[in-house]
Design a protein around this ligand. Structure first.
Ligand code: UD1
Ligand code: CA
Length: 461
């Protein structure tokens, strides 16, 4: 059922103590507002309207490609005012309208779609999502008559002691009938303890008009936790971390310690893969089956095939195919591509390069802007000198090339198939296929020289 979603995100978030608007703070690798937009989208929202105010520019630019509309609420006069400003901006609402908060990242899409379905089934003017948190302090309380029908919502500040004893709280998530919301939102006034236009008043207004209103309970109050402080941000992050990790484990991923693995919401991991502690999988990372990732690894927009080992390694915006071994302590970035069975060893950095099938860069190397053919071996400490201070240049290395240790390859340069480069060479011109290239001075050996030297040093004492 398509619906319109309004995400209230104009609040100041003073308790965050930040130069950034509250909704830009992250749970895992995504800002709070991303989570809010994502849940309503997944629930089927056809139109998403984000109400911005504080830090509006930052929120707008972050969501520039997210296919959402923005409505600016210049003065924040309350949640009811925010919805009225949206109505004024769009003219009128059609179909169901879900209202939710930009600082509530944990609301499940199923919870929202169930709320929309319940509203439609009852032809309700409003369905309010309720919850029973262990401590109801600060929340609006749900008022019901003797028959159990919802009659209104009273805010904590306006509540009598008896009303404060009510455990049933307003989550702040609602589904309204768009037509009736358009017609009645102006009825909300600001005659209350805070002098704000409360959206919650719509419930009482409808009840007194005889319009059907209802409450739907959310089983898990933690879905509705809002983030007002850094401490609550950490709580929300922990809940989301565990939720995602539980889901992965249910799909056949082994996680040694689910408190020490952080996986973003857009990541996929295949069966029989093991995630070791201190592993971060961010962005649009995909990991195949039967891999071991971690410990101490960070993958950002990385694509990992099947049967790979990623040990204490960072992979950014790069792809490794199947049965590739990385690390310990490799740094792979900038569109690097490792083909099947290749290897990035220890203390190596590989940037924007293709490493062909079965090729190995095992120790202490930098390979940048290069293409390595199949079954190449790069000796320890070898470097592609790809930068002259202004330009980046390419190094081309053919199949079955053996590069000796401590070789500098000054790009642009090409080393042909089956060539061999002697250790410690500085290669500045092309090496033909099948050739040996050697660039180093002849070794000097002076018999007995060292013995005399040590003797001389000893006499000095
Ligand atoms: C609101 C509800 C309360 C409910 C609670 C659940 C009202 C009057 N009260 O209280 O019943 O239990 O949520 O969390 O709605 N916002 C705007 N523009 C405004 C005012 C608020 O965008 O003019 C946004 C804020 O950024 C915030 C959200 O709406 O994310 C909630 O606003 P706030 O005034 O803090 O309401 P609560 O006191 O939390
Ligand atoms: Ca040398």
């Amino acid at each position: 059922m398509p619906f319109t979603a309004i995400i209230l995100a104009a609040g100041e978030g003073t308790r965050m103590k930040s130069h950034h608007p509250k909704v830009m703070h992250k749970v895992l690798d995504h800002p709070l507002v991303w989570w809010a937009v994502n849940s309503v989208r997944q629930a089927g929202a056809s139109r998403v309207i984000v109400v911005v105010g504080n830090g509006a520019d930052e929120v707008r630019s972050y969501l520039a490609d997210a296919d959402v509309e923005f409505v600016e609420q210049a003065e924040r006069l309350g949640t009811g005012h925010a919805v009225r400003v949206v109505r004024d901006a769009v003219g009128s609402f059609q179909g169901p309208v879900v209202v939710t908060y930009g600082d509530s990242p944990l609301v499940r899409p199923q919870t929202i779609s169930a709320l929309v379905d319940a509203t439609r089934a009852a032809h309700a003017a409003c369905t309010v999502l309720t919850m029973e948190p262990p401590d109801p302090t600060g929340y609006g309380r749900i008022l019901k008559d003797a028959t159990g029908a919802v009659t209104g919502i009273v805010e904590e500040k306006d509540a009598t002691p008896e009303q404060r004893a009510i455990r049933d709280c307003n989550s702040g998530v609602y589904c309204f009938c768009g037509g009736r919301l358009t017609a009645n939102i102006d009825k909300v006034d600001n005659k209350n303890a805070k002098g704000e236009y409360y959206l919650t008043d719509m419930v009482g207004i409808y009840a007194s008009m005889g319009e059907p209103v209802q409450a739907v309970a959310c089983e898990d109050y933690r879905e509705l936790l809002g983030v007002n402080s850094r401490s609550q941000l950490a709580v929300a992050t922990k809940i989301m971390q565990r939720r995602i990790n539980e889901e992965l484990m249910a799909q056949g991923v082994t996680i040694l310690d689910p408190d020490q693995v952080w996986v973003g919401p857009e990541v996929s991991v295949g069966m029989d893969t093991v995630l070791m502690p201190q592993t971060f999988l961010w962005g649009k990372t995909t990991v195949g089956e039967a891999c071991t990732v971690g410990p101490n690894s960070r993958l950002e927009n990385a694509h990992v095939g099947n049967g790979c080992v990623v040990d204490e390694t960072i992979i950014q915006d790069s792809t490794i195919d199947n049965n590739v071994k990385c690390g310990p302590r490799a740094y792979i970035r900038g569109g690097a591509h490792f083909c099947d069975g290749s290897k990035a060893g220890t203390h190596v950095e590989i940037k924007g390069s293709e490493v062909g099938e079965g090729s190995k860069v095992p120790h202490l190397s930098y390979i940048g802007d290069a293409r390595l053919g199949k079954n190449v071996n790069i000796g320890g400490g070898s470097i592609t000198c790809n930068y002259d201070g202004k330009h980046k240049s390419h190094t081309e290395i053919g199949d079955h090339v053996f590069v000796g240790s401590d070789t500098m390859m000054v790009a642009p340069v090409t080393i042909g198939n089956n060539a061999l480069v002697g250790a410690s060479s500085c290669i500045t011109s092309d090496v033909p296929a099948g050739a040996l290239a050697l660039e180093r001075s002849k070794q000097v050996v002076i018999e007995g020289w060292a013995d005399k030297y040590w003797e001389k040093l000893e006499k000095e004492d």
